[in-house]
Ligand binder design. Structure first.
Ligand code: FAD
Length: 436
């Protein structure tokens, strides 16, 4: 194994001492000594999705002397946001793909490989290809892994027949092809997990956009949503929107109506619920339970829930010092697992690490989230929240949480659809430098 230079001994404790000895007001030029320490500091970020790419970009901005390396296997990242639009034929997959040249231009070193193992004692990260990277601070934003053991009959082989499409790319195209090949009068069955999982409103937006496609091309078809819970994000808004746009095409069956699926037969396109009801599908979309990406679980930052508990002020792991976890992989209090939130968390982590490495006071951590959902062309809804760190936890600001008005006007729904598209374009430009 070729080991890159080891981290300099105890650089952070020296910096902490310096920070106390040389208080630096935010925005002032840094003393030369502190700058020299920042220049030797190495931050490694795992995962070039919404959280990791944002953290890497903003760290370069907040602390230009710090060396930032981003580890991401994909040359091109396909976003889950707007992948439901691809299913419905409203966008191409290419239009939701992003490369990494913009991050390289911002001074981030991008390595297209997979992180295999974190060693928190020697502060090194082993990469595929037997290389190891030293780090002073490690940022993990690996997103989710699907729990292949959670639903009887639903493993990786079954996903080739009954796609999850919960990671964008090939799975999105597979489900799209199946939808296009479905007979008119067929049933599209979606299996939806209990909380927590990536993108709470995602399945319900998908139902609406699949219905949009079917309504236009196969109007005698049905959607059956089998859900392991009784409530879901923006429920009243979705139920109203589905009815207004697609009549009775979508049937939602919650936990109380025997909606929890416990067994999948992907070959037969059949599922069985907790109380033994069997449903046969023409197209079967199974979204299984999830947990944090493997690298976070093997690094020891996750607890028994399968997610990583973090400190509210900096998203530093509660279990392993020096490692920050963000995005879907983190247990970030009431913040939902969304791209908006992951990107926002990336900035918080960047600011916290930059302050630490340059000897400045820790900034106050604020978080925000807005989840837009498109129910059909020109029909958007949203839910928003603002959060802050408080005594190590993350708490929601009660007056800053809200959703679109029920019974909102057509003009309001159209404005929300435009806002959602503008959000995606702005986020793409901001993170990867690729406006859409
Ligand atoms: P990701 O964005 O998934 O990035 C994780 C990255 O880590 C991946 O690129 C992966 O390759 C990399 N990685 C994993 N393991 C390793 C490793 N060992 N080494 C190196 N790299 C690794 N959110 C919204 O805000 N708005 C929406 O409209 C929206 N729509 C959605 C629709 C769908 C259908 C779905 C499924 C999700 C949607 N989301 C939406 C949620 C959003 O996709 C996630 O919350 C967001 O991607 C989380 O960001 P992340 O950085 O945690 O993970």
């Amino acid at each position: 194994m070729s080991l890159l230079p080891a981290p300099s001994p105890a650089p952070l404790s020296r910096r902490r001492l310096l920070a106390r000895a040389l208080p630096v007001a935010a925005g002032l030029a840094l003393p030369a000594l502190v700058r020299a320490h920042a220049a030797s500091a190495r931050v490694v970020v795992v995962g070039g999705g919404f959280g990791g790419a944002s953290a890497a970009r903003y760290l370069r901005q907040y602390a230009p002397d710090v060396q930032v390396t981003l580890v991401e296997p994909a040359q091109r990242f396909f976003t889950c946001p707007f992948s439901n639009h691809v299913l419905a034929g409203l966008r191409t997959l290419d239009s939701i793909g992003h490369g990494y040249d913009g991050l390289r231009c911002a001074g981030v070193q991008v390595l297209h490989t997979r992180a295999l193992q974190v060693d928190a004692d020697t502060r090194t990260l082993r990469l595929e290809g037997a290389q190891a990277l030293p780090w002073d601070r490690l940022v993990l934003s690996p997103g989710v892994d699907l729990r292949w053991d959670a639903l009887e009959g639903y493993g990786q082989a079954a996903a080739a027949l009954a796609p999850h499409a919960w990671k964008a790319g090939e799975q999105t195209l597979l489900l799209q092809r199946q939808l296009q090949a479905m007979r008119d009068g067929g049933t599209f069955v979606m299996v939806i997990p209990d909380n927590p999982y990536r993108c709470p409103p995602g399945p319900y937006e998908r139902a609406a956009l699949v219905a949009h496609y079917l309504h236009r091309h196969k109007p005698r078809s049905k959607l059956l949503l089998l859900d392991a819970k009784n409530n879901f994000s923006k429920k009243e808004l979705f139920l109203q929107g589905w009815q207004q746009l697609y009549g009775d095409m979508i049937e939602w069956v919650g936990l109380a109506q025997d909606g929890q699926v416990v067994r999948v037969d992907a070959k037969a396109l059949e599922v069985e619920t907790l109380f033994g009801t069997r449903h046969r599908a023409d197209v079967l979309n199974v979204i299984p339970p999830q947990h944090a990406g493997a690298i976070a679980r093997s690094a020891g930052v996750c607890d028994a829930s399968g997610w990583a508990p973090v400190r509210g002020e900096s998203l530093e792991s509660r279990l392993v010092p020096g490692i920050h976890v963000l995005g879907d992989a983190a247990l970030a209090g009431p913040i939902p697992k969304s791209a908006f939130a992951a990107s926002n968390q990336g900035r918080v982590v960047a600011a916290a690490i930059a302050a630490e490495l340059t000897g400045q006071p820790a900034p106050t951590a604020w978080y925000a989230n807005t989840c837009y959902s498109l129910l059909g062309p020109g029909y958007g809804i949203s839910v928003s929240g603002v959060y802050r760190a408080s005594a190590g936890q993350i708490v929601a600001l009660p007056h800053a949480v809200g959703a679109s008005a029920l019974d909102g006007s057509a003009a309001l729904r159209a404005a929300e659809a435009r806002n959602g598209a503008a959000w995606y374009a702005a986020m793409s430009a901001d993170i990867w430098g690729t406006p859409r």
